[in-house]
Design a binder for this molecule. Structure first.
Ligand code: ZN
Length: 114
């Protein structure tokens, strides 16, 4: 499953950050998941619960924040939040848009203890 490899990479990243910050455990992991990132939040949660046991994240709460699609129009410079992946500027109907958010997944913050 796609989500398993994402979680393994995420936990690796958490372990590195824990070492850097001399923390013994991570208590909270906050991730942002783009609505159109291709990541299924429910599966990601299951994958996290499955893999966290032997890691620095074993007591961590997993918090997901779902990020809608955000675009900026190259013609009218309007920034818009889209409910559907239509990739058209709602203000002027231009197709010259740039996606600025909602298509990726990233680690937003960690809480840890020494
Ligand atoms: Zn526009």
């Amino acid at each position: 499953m796609h989500e398993y490899s994402i979680v393994q990479a995420l936990i690796d990243q958490c372990e590195e950050l824990a070492v850097t910050n001399k923390a013994s455990s991570i208590t909270k992991v906050v991730v942002k998941i783009g609505k159109y990132s291709g990541v299924e939040p429910h599966l990601l949660q299951i994958a996290f619960e499955t893999f966290k046991d032997q890691t620095v994240c074993k007591h961590a709460e997993f918090v997901m924040s779902i990020q809608p699609l955000v675009i900026i129009c190259s013609d009218c410079q309007q920034e818009s939040v889209l409910d559907q992946p239509h990739y058209i500027c709602p203000a002027c109907e231009s197709h010259s848009i740039r996606v600025t958010d909602g298509e990726d997944m990233m680690l937003m913050s960690l809480e840890m203890e020494a």
